[in-house]
Design a protein around this ligand. Structure first.
Ligand code: MN
Length: 241
C-alpha cells in the first residue's frame, strides 16, 4: 500500500538561466511598497515604513513565457515588474551584514494582481490574498545565480504593454535593500532554501486585457514576455448562495 492516500503534487520548480538544472520552489513571498510612488512623495519624502509581506502559493511560480491566462473575478488584472530574490539556504534572524549569504540568485518577476479586488479588500480592512494569490500569479524569468552576477544594487527595471512603457525605475531606488528585506523577513519566520521573494514594484501599475503583450525586465538579470490569453472558462462573478 502506498504511503500516500493519493499521489502528492509534483514539486514546483523554475528554470535556471544558462544551465539545465532547475530551482525547487519552497514558498513565494511578496513585499509591498519598496519604491516611492508619486502619491507617497506629495508632501516630501516620508519616513520609510517597516517592510510588510504577503504570500502566493508556491505553484503560482511559473515560467514567464508563452501565454498567461486572464484570471477569474477581476476587471483590473495588473502586471507588476519586480526583482525576485531566490533563497538558497535555510536561515533565521539574519543580520543585514550577513543576509546576502543566503541568496542563490535573482530573477525578474511579475506580481500579477487583481487590483480591483485588492482595492476592495483595503477599503474594508480585509486580507489581500484574493487579489494576489491565484493560479499562475507569479510568472518569472529563469533565475540567474549570484555566482554569475553577484548582488546587483543598481540597474533599470521596466515594463511595457504592447510596446508602450508603463513602468520604469532602477534597483538603486528601492526603499529597503535586499539585505534589509532578508533580515526583516528572517526575524518573522525561518527562511527556507527555495523561497522566492518578490520585492515590490515601482509606480505605473495598470490593467491589461486579453491579447495584450506584456514585456518587462531588469537590466543584467532577465527579461520576460507574455501574451495575455482569454480565460479558458470565464467566471466574472462569485457564486450566489
Ligand atoms: Mn507587488
Amino acid at each position: 500500500m502506498s504511503e500516500w492516500v493519493f499521489a502528492p503534487q509534483p514539486p514546483t520548480s523554475v528554470a535556471v538561466a544558462g544551465q539545465g538544472q532547475r530551482f525547487p520552489v519552497a514558498r513565494v513571498f511578496c513585499l509591498g511598497r519598496n519604491y516611492w510612488w508619486p502619491d507617497a512623495l506629495a508632501g516630501g519624502r516620508p519616513e520609510r515604513e517597516a517592510p510588510f509581506f504577503f504570500m502566493k502559493p508556491a505553484a503560482a511560480a511559473i515560467a514567464a513565457d508563452g501565454e498567461l491566462e486572464y484570471p477569474p473575478l477581476t476587471a483590473e488584472f495588473c502586471p507588476e515588474i519586480e526583482l525576485v530574490i531566490a533563497v538558497g539556504k535555510d536561515a533565521v534572524n539574519l543580520t543585514v551584514e550577513s543576509a546576502l549569504d543566503v541568496v542563490w540568485g535573482y530573477a525578474a518577476g511579475l506580481d500579477m494582481t487583481r487590483r480591483d479586488l485588492q482595492m476592495a479588500a483595503k477599503e474594508i480592512g480585509r486580507p489581500w490574498e484574493g487579489a494576489k494569490a491565484f493560479d499562475a500569479s507569479a510568472p518569472l524569468s529563469p533565475i540567474v545565480p549570484v555566482s554569475r552576477i553577484g548582488h546587483p544594487n543598481s540597474g533599470a527595471l521596466w515594463l511595457t504593454v504592447n510596446g508602450v512603457e508603463r513602468q520604469r525605475s532602477d534597483l538603486a531606488c528601492q526603499i529597503w535593500s535586499v539585505a534589509e528585506l532578508l533580515s526583516h523577513i528572517s526575524h518573522s519566520l525561518h527562511l527556507k532554501a527555495g523561497d522566492l521573494i518578490f520585492t515590490g514594484t515601482p509606480a505605473g501599475v495598470e490593467g491589461v486585457q486579453p491579447g495584450d503583450r506584456v514585456s518587462a525586465g531588469i537590466e543584467g538579470i532577465g527579461e520576460v514576455s507574455v501574451r495575455i490569453a482569454p480565460a479558458a472558462k470565464v467566471t466574472t462573478q462569485p457564486p450566489r448562495y
